[in-house]
Design a protein around this ligand. Structure first.
Ligand code: CMC
Length: 433
């Protein structure tokens, strides 16, 4: 619960009547007007489409300063974590609010290895999706179905949370890789306990019985960094979906499945796929940047430049800065020449010097360069948002758990302003014109 033990209050005057509203402050100076008693005391609700101005919870997990471009998980700077940690260390940090010591890391790693297989019956599920089924839809179905095979949480959702969290973090990568193998009609490659979390995923994705895959350390390091950068981002759309479903008492698997579906949208995690489609379209159009920039600025055209803009950041997305650097580094190491990288750099330069984007503080976000790294790793475009989900999973779980343990949690149930028809007299079918 944030601090509200001080004298600052806000005064609200409605119809000459004054109401004092508490001001509450977060640890880093976030300020909020406490309106929890507003409707009861005044009869008024608040109108805030897209929740642009509303804090739906207090949280100890991620700190984000959109003006300064600061991102921290559990107090640690994203730059330090991305540079110096394994993804599984960061997952542990998000789940347990501490970086693991050696022993804790080893036992977490052992559990992840133990849980890597999925129930063999579930493998048959993959056979019944139509060809070209989007991997995000497969992922959400499979994650939701895990509840049927591992129902330990049914009685008390928090009792087995550590085990369930670890199981989910391990199995999601097996499910993701299997869905890719099925989509291309290749035999499944099972997890191997001698490989790291990221190495294992890459091996399940790219090994084949006829051409062994060599797990390169540079590739593992790049994937590790990408997953860390995606691991949490406070109350974004998918995390709010996870909390919303969980607030009704839903189990962890169904809540995470909802988060996967929310992430899929092109304004959210689906933007990484949309960026590549946009860069490819520009490429095909003889690099006609002007045309796409003009379309994005045209109020009568729904097109937006994917990979630019953010609800919170008014400056560079710090994750975007790290990804851009990693992207240049990886392409150089692998000696990959991707024409889309040059197109992306040129587009970024044009946007950063265009009044429309400058005046609206629209900078490249995490999704702008991530797709180019995924391409270099050999990951197909329709799997990009699945990669985002793999990274975001520990954050979703930590947020779900925090929500369930918070005594302040209420079922998410916003109000509305009704603007439909006034009461109408019912007309029986035979009399309707
Ligand atoms: N291209 C063109 N115009 C834009 C863009 C864009 N990418 N983003 C925002 N704008 C304009 C928007 O039209 C509006 O203009 P005006 O004030 O004249 O009406 C202004 O900037 C503010 O935009 P908004 O839509 O009110 O802002 P929002 O906070 O509701 O939306 C956003 C944030 C991320 C959905 C939006 O910037 C966007 O659609 N970006 C493209 C999709 C994208 O890259 N999404 C990934 C976000 S980061 C990772 C993640 O969350 O998954």
């Amino acid at each position: 619960m944030p601090d509200n033990n001080h004298s600052k209050t806000a005064e609200l005057i409605i119809d000459d009547k004054k109401y004092q509203l508490d001001i509450i402050e977060g640890l880093e100076g976030d300020k909020a007007i406490d309106i929890r008693g507003l409707l009861r005391n005044t009869g008024y609700t608040v109108y805030d489409t897209g929740y642009k101005n509303s804090a739906a919870c207090s949280s100890t997990i991620t700190y984000l300063d959109g003006e300064k471009g600061i991102l921290r998980y559990r107090g640690y700077a994203i730059e330090d974590l991305a540079e110096r940690c394994l993804f599984i260390e960061v997952a542990y940090l998000l789940l347990h609010n501490k970086l693991p010591n050696r022993e804790e890391l080893e036992s977490f790693r052992t559990l992840l290895e133990e849980f890597a297989l999925i129930h063999e019956d579930m493998i048959h599920f993959f056979d019944h999706f139509p060809p070209n089924a989007p991997p995000m839809s497969i992922l959400s179905v499979m994650v939701n179905s895990l509840h049927n095979y591992y129902p330990e949480m049914s009685a008390d959702p928090l009792e087995n949370i550590d085990k369930t969290a670890t199981r989910l973090i391990s199995k999601i990568r097996t499910i993701a890789a299997f869905s890719y193998k099925k989509s291309i009609g290749h035999p499944l490659i099972y997890p191997r306990n001698d490989l790291s979390y990221c190495g294992n995923f890459l091996n399940m994705m790219f090994n084949t019985p006829v051409r062994p895959y060599i797990v390169l350390p540079e590739v593992v390091a790049a994937l590790n960094k990408l997953l860390i950068l995606h691991a949490d981002h406070e109350q974004n759309c998918s995390t709010s979906a996870v909390r919303l479903v969980g607030s009704a008492g839903g189990n962890l698997y169904s809540s995470i499945s909802a988060g996967i579906n929310a992430l899929w949208g092109p304004l959210h995690g689906g933007a990484n796929e949309a960026v590549i489609q946009m860069l490819e379209a520009i490429h095909k159009d003889n690099n006609d940047y002007k045309k796409y920039v003009a379309k994005a600025k045209d109020k009568n055209d729904p097109f937006r430049l994917s990979g630019f803009g953010h609800r919170i950041y008014r400056t560079y997305d710090p994750r975007g800065t790290i990804i851009k650097e990693a992207c240049n580094g990886l392409l150089a190491v692998l000696n990959v020449k991707d024409p889309l990288l040059e197109i992306a750099s040129n587009l970024e330069e044009i946007v950063l010097n265009d009044e429309y984007f400058v005046s609206r503080n629209l900078y490249p976000n995490i999704d702008f360069y991530s797709g180019i790294i995924y391409r270099a790793l050999g990951i197909p475009t329709n799997m990009f948002t699945v990669m985002f989900a793999l990274g975001r999973l520990p954050g979703w779980i930590a947020q779900w758990r925090e929500m369930r343990e918070d005594p302040e949690t209420k079922i998410f149930r916003p109000r509305q302003i009704y603007i439909g028809s006034p009461k109408r007299e019912f007309v029986p079918l035979r009399e309707r014109k």
